[in-house]
Design a protein around this ligand. Structure first.
Ligand code: ATP
Ligand code: MG
Length: 385
C-alpha cells in the first residue's frame, strides 16, 4: 500500500468529510501534487465545490467507507463523525487509517478523553459521568455551582456545553437526551491551543502557541503567538505534546487548554485533524497545518512551523441571523488590502462558520483591528466583540 515509497505525484489521500477543513486540505494537496479524495455527504460540500475528487456517502456507512478506502493510499478525517469501529474494520482490511480508531476516540468522546488523560496524571478539570440531577447536585456540592455539563459525544461550537447554576437547569440539560458528564467550572484567564503535526512513530513538530477567544462557546477570534509569558507557552506546548503522545495521534493534533487565573494549565479537549485554531498558519507559517497534515499522514518529512511574521490575527466569519449577502459585500471587504479572506462556500446559518479573515503584522492590536474591519464589512454590521 503506501509508506515512504509513494511519490508526491501519485499519492492519494482520502479524507472522510467534505467540509472546510477538507477544502483547505485540498488546496494544500494541489501544491504538493497529491490527489485529495473526499467522502462527502452532498455534492455541495465545501471541498467538492472546490474540485476535490469525491464519492458521496455517509461517514457512518461501512460499505461507503470501504469503497472509499479502496480508492486511496491512506484514510484521514475532516471531522469526528466516523464510527471508530468502522475505522477498525478498514485498518484490519489493510487500509492505513491516520489517526487510528483508538486515537480518534479521545476526540469523539469527552468522557473517555478525560478518563484516559486523568489516569496518566495529566491535568483535567474535575469531572464525572452523570445520569440524573442528583448526581449533578452531589458533584456541585463538592465543587460548587455553577458547574459545566457536557454531552459526551457529538458537541461542537459549544452546542453540547452548558454552564448550569442549579438543579432546574441541570434537569433541563438532561432532558435533551444523550449521555452527559459534569465538570468543574475553570476560572479561565485565557484559552490556548497547542497545534502539532505528528507522524506515525511519533516524530512531531509544534507550532507557536495559539490564543483562542470564544464567545457563547464558539471560537470567534485567534491570535498567534498567544499573549502569555514564554514560560507558560513552553509549558503549554510540553503538555500538548504529552497529550499527542499519550493518544498516539497522527496528522494534525490540536489540544485546547485553559490557562487559569493562577497560571495553571488544564486540558479542555482535543481534535485529531486540522483545526480552526490553525487556519492562520496558511499565511503566517512556513508550512501550513494543511500541508503538514498531508505530510504527516503520508509519513513524509514534516515542514517548518515557525512564523513568517511577528503576529497573526484571525477572525471567524459567522453566519448571520437573516439571509446573507456576503458575496455582494466581498469587493468592499477586499478594500482592506492586507486582509486575507477565506470563504468556505457554505450556506449561511446563524452562528455557522462561513469563512475566516487573517491579517499578519508587527502589532497585534493593529492586526486584530484590520481583521475585524474586514469581517464587519463582509457581514454588513458590527460583529466586533
Ligand atoms: N470546565 C470548563 N470551565 C470553564 N469553561 C469551560 C469548561 N469547559 C468548556 N468551557 C467553555 O466552553 C467552550 C466550549 O467547550 P468545548 O471545547 O468542550 O466544546 P465544543 O462544543 O466541543 O467546542 P468546539 O467549538 O471546540 O468544538 C470552551 O472553549 C470554554 O470557553
Ligand atoms: Mg472546544
Amino acid at each position: 500500500m503506501l509508506g515512504h515509497h509513494v511519490t508526491a505525484a501519485t499519492a492519494r489521500v482520502g479524507m472522510v468529510g467534505g467540509g472546510q477543513l477538507a477544502r483547505m486540505t485540498h488546496a494544500a494537496a494541489i501544491d504538493l501534487g497529491i490527489e485529495l479524495h473526499v467522502l462527502a455527504t452532498t455534492p455541495t460540500d465545501p471541498a467538492v465545490l472546490a474540485g476535490a475528487s469525491h464519492r458521496i456517502g455517509e461517514p457512518d456507512d461501512l460499505a461507503a467507507l470501504t469503497a472509499f478506502a479502496g480508492e486511496v493510499d491512506v484514510v484521514t478525517l475532516d471531522h469526528e463523525l466516523v464510527d471508530e469501529s468502522h475505522l477498525e474494520v478498514l485498518a484490519a482490511a489493510g487500509h492505513p487509517v491516520r489517526p487510528h480508531a483508538a486515537a480518534l476516540l479521545h476526540a469523539k468522546d469527552k468522557l473517555h478523553a478525560r478518563t484516559q488523560l486523568d489516569a496518566l496524571g495529566l491535568p483535567v478539570p474535575a469531572f464525572t459521568a452523570v445520569e440524573d440531577v442528583d448526581q449533578v447536585v452531589a458533584f456541585a456540592a463538592e465543587h460548587r455551582w455553577p458547574v459545566v455539563m457536557k454531552a459526551r459525544r457529538g458537541g461542537y461550537d459549544g452546542r453540547g456545553v452548558a454552564v448550569v447554576d442549579g438543579p432546574d437547569q441541570a434537569a433541563d440539560v438532561l432532558s435533551r437526551g444523550g449521555d452527559w458528564m459534569v465538570e468543574a467550572l475553570v476560572d479561565i484567564h485565557i484559552e490556548v491551543a497547542v497545534l502539532l503535526a505528528r507522524r506515525p512513530g511519533g516524530q512531531h513538530v509544534a507550532y507557536p502557541l495559539i490564543e483562542t477567544v470564544q464567545r457563547d462557546g464558539i471560537c470567534v477570534e485567534l491570535i498567534q503567538p498567544a499573549r502569555v509569558d514564554d514560560s507558560v507557552a513552553t509549558a503549554a506546548i510540553e503538555l500538548g505534546t504529552r497529550v499527542a503522545d499519550a493518544v498516539d495521534g497522527v496528522g494534525i493534533i490540536a489540544v485546547e487548554l485553559f490557562v487559569g487565573r493562577d497560571g495553571a494549565l488544564t486540558i479542555n479537549e482535543l481534535a485529531l485533524r486540522p483545526h480552526n485554531s490553525g487556519h492562520a498558519t496558511i499565511e503566517a507559517s512556513t508550512t501550513s497545518q494543511f500541508h503538514n497534515h498531508l505530510r504527516a499522514v503520508l509519513d513524509w518529512p514534516l515542514g517548518d512551523t515557525s512564523m513568517r511574521t511577528p503576529v497573526a490575527a484571525l477572525v471567524n466569519l459567522l453566519g448571520p441571523d437573516g439571509p446573507d449577502r456576503i458575496a455582494d459585500r466581498l469587493p468592499a471587504a477586499l478594500g482592506i488590502a492586507d486582509a486575507q479572506i477565506h470563504l468556505y462556500g457554505k450556506v449561511s446559518r446563524p452562528g455557522r462558520k462561513l469563512g475566516h479573515i487573517t491579517v499578519l503584522g508587527d502589532n497585534v492590536e493593529v492586526a486584530r483591528e484590520r481583521a475585524w474591519a474586514a469581517t464587519n464589512l463582509l457581514v454588513g454590521r458590527d460583529q466586533t466583540g
